[in-house]
Design a protein around this ligand. Structure first.
Ligand code: CA
Length: 222
């Protein structure tokens, strides 16, 4: 069974936000609410979501600015903008600035739900090619193509660990979280250190950065 999809709902109209949360929860989503742009940015950068529903007119940081900042910091989750700004020019602006879809208020609930399903299908089907220090990583093929044209093949678990880090390149992952995500059968966080060592041996030390006392994140881009 597919895991419960996680959605970040960014909407400053609290009544509408709560209504959306209720509808989405009844559709099986795990919903996180943010009522302003600052909060949305914080949630988007520190937690992982399968899809974002984003209002434009927001206190603190405007919705499309939130989107730009999330994208510039490597957050790739699909975004559906839900806004009262609904002219063709508004939609074009939203799509050009990185939204995958755009729906004007007032909206039809069934249409909103269908669009969210479509976004998630597309993002699940997308074969991810992720950027890692020194090359590009084809997670499905478990290979890293380096700048000098070499192909480095990873084991299944090496690839799974690198994929977790590369999908959220700015996030610091606690070792225990990586263990849960990649090595659920292991009873010791040391397995994470071991696989970080393997990845560094194959891809060079800078591929993963150690954050002392916390865990690991993807290395800085070369
Ligand atoms: Ca608003």
């Amino acid at each position: 069974m597919e895991a419960q999809p996680r959605i970040l709902v960014v909407e400053d109209d609290r009544r509408l936000a709560r209504m959306l949360a209720e509808i989405l929860e009844s559709e099986g989503y795990a919903v996180t609410l943010a009522y302003d742009g600052q909060r949305a940015l914080h949630e988007g950068l520190t937690r992982e979501f399968d899809v974002l529903l984003l209002d434009r007119g927001l206190p603190a940081i405007e919705g499309l600015d939130v989107l730009t900042r999330l994208r510039s910091r490597g957050v790739l989750a699909p975004v559906l903008v839900l806004s009262a700004l609904g002219t063709p020019a508004d939609r074009v602006e939203g799509l050009d600035r990185g939204a995958e879809d755009y729906l004007a208020k007032p909206f039809d609930v069934d249409e909103l739900l269908a669009r969210l399903r479509a976004l998630r299908r597309r993002s699940i089907a997308r074969v991810p090619v992720l950027t890692v220090p020194g090359g590009s990583f084809d997670a499905a093929g478990r290979t890293v193509s380096t700048a000098d044209g070499a192909q480095v093949v990873l084991s299944e678990r090496e690839a799974a660990l690198l994929e977790e880090l590369a999908r959220n390149p700015r996030l610091v992952f606690p070792r225990a979280e990586l263990r849960d995500l990649v090595f659920p059968d292991a009873d010791d966080d040391g397995v994470v250190d071991t696989y970080v060592h393997y990845l560094r041996r194959k891809l060079g030390r800078p591929v993963i950065t150690t954050v002392r006392g916390v865990g690991y994140r993807l290395g800085a881009p070369a």
